[in-house]
Write a protein that binds this ligand. Structure first.
Ligand code: HXC
Length: 257
């Protein structure tokens, strides 16, 4: 697919999407988000892609929604154009998504990273929800996913002061999976993505769904849901293969069937 704001490739089961609007620190305008949704949905359908890795530049992942684009909008413009409908499509991607964050992940940039299932960051990365400084508030998950990840105290502080936190603080708060030296970010992100990409694809999708369900439901309903998905996996070839390979003491060969 031809895109103006993304660099897209596929390496060994990993679909790579690099945000690429460097002159504005990857500010997320409507066009970029539309392209991103389209690419992610295509990757979600492609059998050779098992995991999606989203990255930005060395100094910035994304500095938030494009302020120039939003500045003159009215409430009615917002309601009619409904920019968050595109973000809802990102949250429905069923394959695991990993964010590789090399610098600023602010506002919509932090929210995009948080839609991903895992976040790996360089020592230079910063995570923040600075919308309050613009007279608004987060709108794509910054009050919800952030709070679930770091708890009320830290989320309130970030959202009400707009002050970003460092990658180390984000790690300690449980927002991200790991912090790596800047020069290792690309390799370490790819290593994690390929480790996941080697697993059984159907099990990956259902496991992702089950973990996400835990945020929306009671423990009892979540456990019932988990059980059903577990039983369903016994309809796959990959379950037979995974268990057979274990008994034969060899690595499994998964086909996503
Ligand atoms: C549009 C942006 C931008 C943004 C940076 N730029 N962020 N343009 N929208 N979100 C532009 C600048 O205007 C500037 O353009 C160029 O990128 C370089 O930015 P500088 O500010 O000169 O860089 P620096 O001094 O290094 O500061 C980096 C920064 C700062 C700390 C990240 O740019 C900043 O605070 N950006 C805004 C961050 C923010 O408030 N994000 C939340 C947006 S609201 P010129 O033409 O001057 O070179 C949001 C709502 C989410 O995200 C809702 C869900 C979609």
């Amino acid at each position: 697919m031809n895109t103006r704001n993304l660099l897209v490739s596929c390496v060994k089961g990993v679909g790579r999407v690099q945000l690429h609007r460097p002159h504005v620190l990857n500010a997320l305008n409507r066009e970029l988000i539309r392209e991103l949704v389209q690419v992610l949905e295509e990757m979600d359908q492609q059998d050779e892609i098992h995991v999606i890795l989203i990255s930005g530049g060395d100094r910035f992942f994304a500095a938030g929604a494009d302020i120039d684009e939003m500045a003159d909008a009215s409430a009615v413009d917002m309601l009619v154009t409904d920019p968050f409908s595109d973000w809802d499509r990102i949250r429905r991607i069923s394959k695991p998504m990993i964010a590789s964050v090399g610098g600023y992940a602010l506002g919509g940039g932090c929210e995009l990273a948080m839609i991903c299932d895992m976040i790996i960051a360089s020592e230079k990365a910063q995570f923040g929800q600075p919308e309050i400084n613009l007279g608004v508030m987060p709108g794509a998950g910054g009050t919800q996913r952030l709070t679930r990840a770091v708890g009320k105290a830290k989320a309130m502080e970030m959202v009400l002061t707009g002050r970003p936190i460092t990658a180390r603080e984000a790690f300690q708060a449980g927002l991200i999976n790991r912090v790596v030296p800047t020069e290792l970010l690309e390799n370490e992100s790819m290593k994690l993505a390929q480790e996941v990409a080697a697993k059984a694809p159907v099990a990956l999708r259902l496991a992702k769904q089950a973990v996400l369900r835990s945020f929306d439901t009671t423990l009892k309903e979540g456990l019932d849901y988990e059980q059903k998905l577990f039983y369903l996996l016994f309809a796959t070839h990959d379950q037979e293969e995974g268990m057979k390979a274990f008994k034969e003491k060899r690595p499994p060969r998964f086909f996503g069937k």
